[in-house]
Ligand binder design. Structure first.
Ligand SMILES: [Zn+2]
Length: 266
């Protein structure tokens, strides 16, 4: 009896957890945005600021850098959601921008899988994976499949950063039944000013109001403080519009939510 009651409570909880989406359309009270900040893992601008702030951004940490493992642990302890920012070969760009052990088009499938496994070890507590660069790789079905098979094995969700129009990430994620999301807007680029980031945050709010939720991606790095400050500047606007920043996983349909019965069957 107690078990049955617990089950009913869990069903109620799951049902209620899905209600805000309905409410958002009905009375415009609850809107949600995820902000992924890429390129963590090194000792660069913005790392300290984002770690010390209480804005629940999702930290995308590049594997195999000096501080990758330590930052992943610290982020997790501080309550941030961590994802792996996997370096993938772009169509154009310098090899040095990719960092150590990137996924390149010339790798055998087994080696691709080995590198993703190593990245998962190197970035503990990761809940998902997204791509650093990657315009060449995201259109390569063999390699994307290899990466996503490892992601599935470890229960990771996948975010397509949208660096290429030919990406096969969404269709393969769909086929493998992996929760996935696609970036709606970038908050910055290598030259962004604080004011530019602020304006992108306002744009993010417009997208959220239109669709009920949205995913933005920004960066730490040389302009990391500008990105941090631009986001901070926009927080009162988000509050005014009733938009909450939530960890990335909160915007994805996980299998548990799709099929709550499977949750307590042992
Ligand atoms: Zn990146």
């Amino acid at each position: 009896m107690i078990k049955r009651f617990t089950c009913i409570m869990i069903i109620a909880l799951f049902l209620s957890s899905q209600l805000p989406i309905v409410h958002a359309e009905e009375n415009h009270s609850v809107y949600r945005a995820a902000i992924i900040i890429d390129d963590f893992g090194g000792n660069t601008g913005g790392v300290k600021e984002f770690m010390n702030a209480d804005v629940p951004i999702t930290m995308a940490i590049m594997p195999f850098l000096d501080e990758s493992t330590e930052q992943a642990k610290r982020a997790n302890e501080l309550g941030f959601e961590v994802i792996i920012h996997m370096p993938l070969e772009p169509k154009k760009g310098k090899r040095s921008w990719l960092g150590p052990l990137p996924i390149t088009a010339d790798l055998e499938t087994d080696e691709v899988k080995r590198r993703v496994e190593k990245a998962i070890e190197n970035v503990p507590h990761a809940k998902g994976i997204n791509n650093h660069m990657g315009s060449k790789i995201v259109g390569n079905e063999r390699i994307v499949r290899a990466i996503l098979e490892v992601a599935k094995k470890h229960g990771l969700y996948v975010i397509d950063s949208g660096t290429s129009g030919d990406s096969v990430v969404p269709e393969i994620a769909e086929e493998l039944n992996i929760p996935y999301g696609i970036r709606d807007t970038f908050l910055d680029d290598s030259f962004s000013s604080r004011n530019h980031v602020y304006k992108q945050m306002i744009k993010l709010c417009d997208i959220v109001k239109k669709h009920g939720q949205a995913i933005a991606i920004g960066h730490v790095g040389v302009k990391g403080n500008d990105t941090f400050n631009g986001i901070q500047d926009a927080l009162p606007h988000l509050e005014e519009k009733n938009i909450q920043i939530v960890p990335m996983s909160h915007l994805l349909n996980t299998k548990v939510e799709d099929n709550p019965e499977s949750f307590w069957q042992d």
